[in-house]
Design a protein around this ligand. Structure first.
Ligand SMILES: Cc1cc2nc3c(=O)[nH]c(=O)nc-3n(C[C@H](O)[C@H](O)[C@H](O)COP(=O)(O)OP(=O)(O)OC[C@H]3O[C@@H](n4cnc5c(N)ncnc54)[C@H](O)[C@@H]3O)c2cc1C
Length: 540
């Protein structure tokens, strides 16, 4: 292993999804030197690049909408738990970010020159802008990457896995990590740091996550002394693809079809069923995600599910022309998978998709640790107990910009880089000892536990069982800490992920066990009603 490398910048941004890239751009725009680090490729890892369609924003052209309407819908969906300051920031500043992305050439779909808007569940009017045919996430990422390329003040470092934050007198002064291709230790000193590492849905067996969505930012922030909020609220996307087998396409791709065509959600007997659970479907896509998830899981549990245990989603009533207009080239990709929507319904079921909880910040995106900020899905509170479609990309862009602004300001006024040029050397765990311990296999065991006992439905007994299993896994992994480093050591990455995932899983399960009610995405079978005494957030 080579000598550890030391780097420094005014602002360190950890994670290069939508939030991290926007944060880096904003910090640079305000005169800061920036390091943008990501454990995978810059702008190509995480959720942003995978986003399918909706970006919720109240564009007020021709009096069509106002941010206060968006804000009211967001609060309603959050079931009383939204942090009002964060929700307001998301809704009020969304239009400026979406127009800035437009000016940067993202390519929002247009009709007669006007940015088009789709109607999405929980919004009181058409409010979701998009780049057509499942291209929203790729277009957002590509646009931000192009801006980064034109901003020399930002040093981009991919394949840099951050493993801890560096503290000096309780202030965050940078981070420690290692370069995956070489195994080398890296330490970075910064006057201000931003956690933009996205969410945690890889904790679950059925998820829409990429490998790097293991909750790293929550573990980093918590270990450094920051607070976490609303950690029990994991959003399950109700109509994740279940069957038939679909290769090379995202499991949540049915969303855009439903926005445009409605579609029919049916049980195993091909009957509409959402009304039995207080929702409406009848060919309209209006039920919020928590309600639809609840209805599908309950209907399947009652023996009325589709053959693979979900629900049918049918577009069989649509004409070929309608399907083609809605799906464009996606229809051909479906055909390559042997799927013809005019002749067959597909099966869907809930899939872990987004995390409402996260690092607790104020409206400047500052944590309680001086010098430490957070942005994007890593932040908790804006969406309360349930997120509306489209709010996550807006959140990433708005919170990213705000965090970049605040971190650059902090680095000018309060930063400590002069005091401490180098953080201490990272302690990088190295390759696997020949102990037979397989961390990748244990990750699968953890995912199964989380799905079974900390999933869409929870009970005291299940949550206690999950916590015991998580403790067992933590004991096992502590006894098998890898020793020396080597290039591209996936066993080390698995061990680190298991370490992070078990820490974060424990926080989620504990918060879920403590909340003895059902609210939004958190459904307790032993406490099925919403309890007004629980109209408050839990802070870890
Ligand atoms: C399949 C899918 C479709 C979606 N569709 C929509 C949609 O249509 N509309 C909508 O509003 N939302 C959608 N969402 C949600 C939305 O995409 C995310 O909430 C949002 O993009 C999060 O952005 P982010 O920048 O906070 O995090 P991400 O984009 O997830 O980026 C986080 C980055 O942090 C990096 N990272 C993590 N840990 C470390 C570490 N230890 N060291 C260094 N780097 C690290 C990761 O590699 C990653 O690049 C979708 C999500 C998924 C998964």
């Amino acid at each position: 292993m080579q000598d550890p490398q030391h780097l420094s910048a005014d602002v360190l941004v950890i994670g290069a999804g939508g939030a991290g890239m926007y944060a880096a751009l904003e910090a640079a725009r305000r005169g800061a030197s920036v390091i943008l680090a990501d454990r995978s490729l810059i702008g190509r890892g995480g959720a942003t690049v995978m986003a399918q369609m909706t970006v919720a924003v109240a564009l007020d052209d021709e009096g069509a909408d106002h941010w206060e309407h968006h804000y009211a819908d967001t609060l309603k969906a959050g079931r009383g738990l939204c942090d009002p300051a964060l929700a307001q920031l998301l809704c009020e500043e969304g239009p400026a970010r979406i127009r800035e992305m437009d000016a940067w050439g993202v390519g929002w779909a247009r009709e007669a020159g006007r940015i088009k808007r789709a109607q999405a569940p929980g919004h009181d009017r058409p409010r979701c802008v998009y780049v057509d045919f499942l291209n929203t996430g790729p277009a957002v990422s590509k646009t931000l990457r192009a801006r980064l390329n034109a901003t020399p003040e930002i040093r981009r470092i991919g394949d840099l896995h951050i493993t801890s934050l560096a503290l000096d007198d309780g202030q965050c002064v940078g981070a420690l990590g290692f370069h995956v291709p070489t195994g080398d230790s890296i330490s970075i000193s910064s006057k201000a740091s931003i956690i933009a590492t996205g969410g945690l849905t890889r904790l679950y067996q059925r998820n829409s996550a990429s490998l790097n969505m293991a909750g790293d930012g929550y573990a980093l922030a918590h270990a450094a002394g920051a607070e976490l909020v609303d950690m029990e609220f994991v959003q399950f996307f109700p109509i994740g693809h279940l069957a038939p087998r679909l290769i090379g396409m995202d499991p949540i791709m049915w969303d855009p079809f439903r926005y445009k065509l409605g579609g029919r959600l049916l049980n195993g007997a091909r009957e509409e069923f959402l009304h039995k659970y207080g929702g409406v479907d009848d060919g309209k896509y209006v039920a919020t995600r928590d309600l639809a998830t609840y209805a599908i899981v309950k209907e399947a549990a009652a023996g009325r599910g589709s053959p693979h245990g979900g629900a049918w989603l049918s577009f069989e009533h649509c004409s070929e022309a309608e399907l083609r207009a809605a799906g464009g080239p996606v229809i051909d990709r479906l055909a390559a998978n042997g799927i013809d929507l005019r002749r067959q319904a597909i099966e869907v079921a809930p899939i872990a998709h987004y995390h409402m909880g996260g690092v607790k910040v104020d409206a400047r995106m500052a944590t309680r640790v001086p010098g430490l900020f957070a942005a994007g899905e890593a932040v908790g509170g804006a969406n309360g107990a349930n997120r509306l479609s489209g709010n996550a990309i807006t959140e990433a862009l708005v919170f990213g910009a705000r965090a970049g602004e605040s971190a650059a300001g902090f680095s000018k006024k309060d930063g400590t880089r002069g005091k401490r040029e180098e953080t201490r050397t990272a302690e990088v765990p190295g390759h696997h000892t020949a102990s037979g311990f397989n961390a990748a296999e244990r990750i699968e065991a953890l995912q199964a536990t989380m799905q079974q006992d900390v999933g869409p439905f929870r009970t005291e007994a299940g949550l206690t069982r999950a916590l015991e299993r998580i403790q067992d896994l933590r004991r096992e992994l502590a006894a098998h800490r890898p020793r020396t480093g080597k290039p591209f050591d996936t066993t080390v990455l698995d061990w680190l992920d298991l370490d992070t995932m078990t820490r974060v899983a424990e926080v989620v399960a504990r918060a879920a066990r403590a909340r003895t009610e059902s609210r939004g995405a958190h459904q307790r079978e032993d406490f099925p009603a919403m309890d007004p005494r629980w109209e408050r957030s839990q802070v870890v």
